[in-house]
Design a protein. Sequence first.
Length: 235
Amino acid sequence: MPTVLLIDDDAALLDVLSLAFEEAGYDVARAADGKAGLAAHRARAAHAIVSDVNMPHLDGFALCRALRSANDPVPLVLLTSRDGEIDEALGLELGADDYVAKPFKTRVLLARVAALLRRDALRAAHAGATGANDAAMTRGALRLNAERLEARYADAALTLTLTEFRVLEALARRPGVVLSRAQLLEQVRGDGSVVADRIIDTYVRRLRRKLEAADAAFDALETVVGAGYRWRSNE
């Protein structure tokens, strides 16, 4: 039974979400602020975390930063009551896997969490069925292992979130093929949720930054103006 850690300083909302996730078959852990949530996760690792952004002691963005700086890839969904895509982009820049704006329907949140966990399970099952050779992929200096969710470029380990890994894998598996933002969004989300496809630009920008840190001469991830992105085919 997967464990979902719910973090929010609104006790009434925590009660509602706890009941919904328990009825959906999850083991639920809960915390009233980010600091307590981080401690709870470190004491007993959750399979997924749902956290509010506006909280005392440690807000959702700071929580996200703490998790990713510790190389913790746990799927993280941020709940925000702030308007606009600025908060969305900021949360994703820090490494959040998804966001849900308040007010929201509980079934939408359940679907988002289920989609994250389902994709992880499918990837693991696929890797187990096809074997390590199919799970591993090399594209020039890039090496990906879908079974272990490991990525290396020019022999340097890349610290990627789950969503970053999916974007990179989708592009690298189709060298030379242009993938639109909508196609990439479907690859990494696949749950039919409505999100501006421009958020893919955030993922790609963050990937470029990490790849360039591994190799200053990196230029394999191309922007095709008006069309999308592609992995440069030079093999």
